[in-house]
Design a protein around this ligand. Structure first.
Ligand SMILES: Cc1ncc(C[n+]2csc(CCOP(=O)(O)OP(=O)(O)O)c2C)c(N)n1
Ligand SMILES: [Mg+2]
Length: 334
């Protein structure tokens, strides 16, 4: 059934939303959960076929609920620009001496901010009293991590110039590879699905150590960075139920939904973000969607009738990819 997104009676809709607001205010979220479950159960029995595991195509955390950024945004933007540039430059320079050497520049270009925020604000290192986090880096974004390490003085320009030419001991490996670079990489990734499935079992093992009193792993997190195309691999999704069964609250998936994969678009006629939201919520994950940058906040704030929300929901990944390739006139027509 095609979903009808047009609101034929906004006042009536608002009454229902207000009723929920007041229910939560007066009686709390548990009571609201109980009533909604009963209502949804009834709705399904009456033939309402709604993908209720998804939310609108907007950021989960509304602009007004965001906390102030606990960092220096201007400085971090500059750092981010250096890293992006260096990542690209290392791939290009490495190919001067060996033209067959290339790199997946767009992977890091589309996820630089995620790693930068993680590295500067979230990831705990092995020196932390907790013994640190476990970070599964999306394999093809390795150049960005090398570029960050270069900025920190951990890698030299000479090593970067030998990207993917590490035989002889001077370079850095194509992808995260703890055997080739034991002091650098924690875990091997890149064969798509390896990071996600290892991350789940790693998180379970940390809980195992904790629950049996073998080691205090409290506060240690497992971060799994992966691509939207990678989520099509059976290995990426096959063990997600374990996260639910074992209540792995130490596991965080960060999925870079850039709508593309090496060999083409990820989806054309649907929406990968909505699909993944539904899938992960179905196995008990909390979902935070980060779709629109702060430049959009003002536009959404002016969307008093909900038309923009409706349009961004109606458009499919193929449309969004078209907008990247064409100009504004095409976007206005679609
Ligand atoms: C099991 C496996 N099959 C094929 C490849 C080749 N391959 C490398 S990247 C890629 C596409 C990745 O797409 P996505 O996860 O969306 O990452 P993005 O390129 O968008 O960063 C493919 C098919 C691989 N690395 N592993
Ligand atoms: Mg992708």
């Amino acid at each position: 059934m095609k979903k009808n997104l047009t609101d034929s009676d906004p006042r009536e809709t608002q009454e229902w939303v207000d009723a929920l607001d007041s229910l939560i205010r007066e009686e709390g979220v548990e009571r609201a959960d109980f009533i909604l479950t009963r209502v949804l159960d009834k709705a399904r029995r009456l033939g309402v076929d709604s993908p209720l595991t998804t939310t609108d195509y907007v950021n989960t955390i509304a602009a007004e609920d965001e906390i102030a950024y606990p960092g220096d945004l201007d400085l971090e933007e500059r750092i981010d620009a250096f890293i992006r540039w260096n990542a690209m430059a290392m791939v290009v320079r490495a190919s001067y001496s060996a033209p067959e050497v290339q790199g997946h520049i767009s992977t890091f270009a589309s996820s630089a901010i995620l790693y930068e925020v993680g590295l500067l604000h979230f990831f705990k290192s092995v020196d932390d009293p907790s013994h640190g986090d476990c970070v599964y880096v999306q394999g093809h974004s390795a150049p960005g991590i090398y570029a960050f390490a270069y900025l920190m003085g951990r890698l030299s320009a000479r090593q970067l110039d030998h990207f993917r030419q590490e035989i002889g001991g001077e370079g850095v490996s194509s992808y995260p590879h703890p055997w080739l670079m034991p002091d650098f990489w924690q875990f091997p990734t890149v064969s798509m699905g390896l990071g996600p499935i290892q991350g789940i079992y790693q998180a379970r093992f940390l809980k195992y150590l904790q629950n049996r009193g073998l080691q205090n792993t409290d506060g240690r997190k497992v971060w799994v960075f992966c691509g939207d195309g990678e989520m099509d691999e059976p290995e990426s999704v096959g063990a997600l139920q374990i996260a639910q069964k074992e209540k792995l609250d130490n596991l965080i998936f960060v999925i870079n939904c850039n709508l593309q994969r090496l060999d083409g678009p990820v989806r054309g006629n649907s929406k990968i973000i909505q699909e993944l939201e539904s899938h992960f919520r179905g196995v008990g994950f909390n979902i935070i969607k980060v779709i629109w940058s702060s430049e959009w906040d003002e536009l959404f704030a002016r969307d008093s009738e909900g038309l923009l929300r409706q349009r961004v929901m109606e458009m499919i990944d193929g449309d969004y990819q078209l907008f990247q390739a064409k100009d504004g006139a095409v976007a206005r027509q679609v």
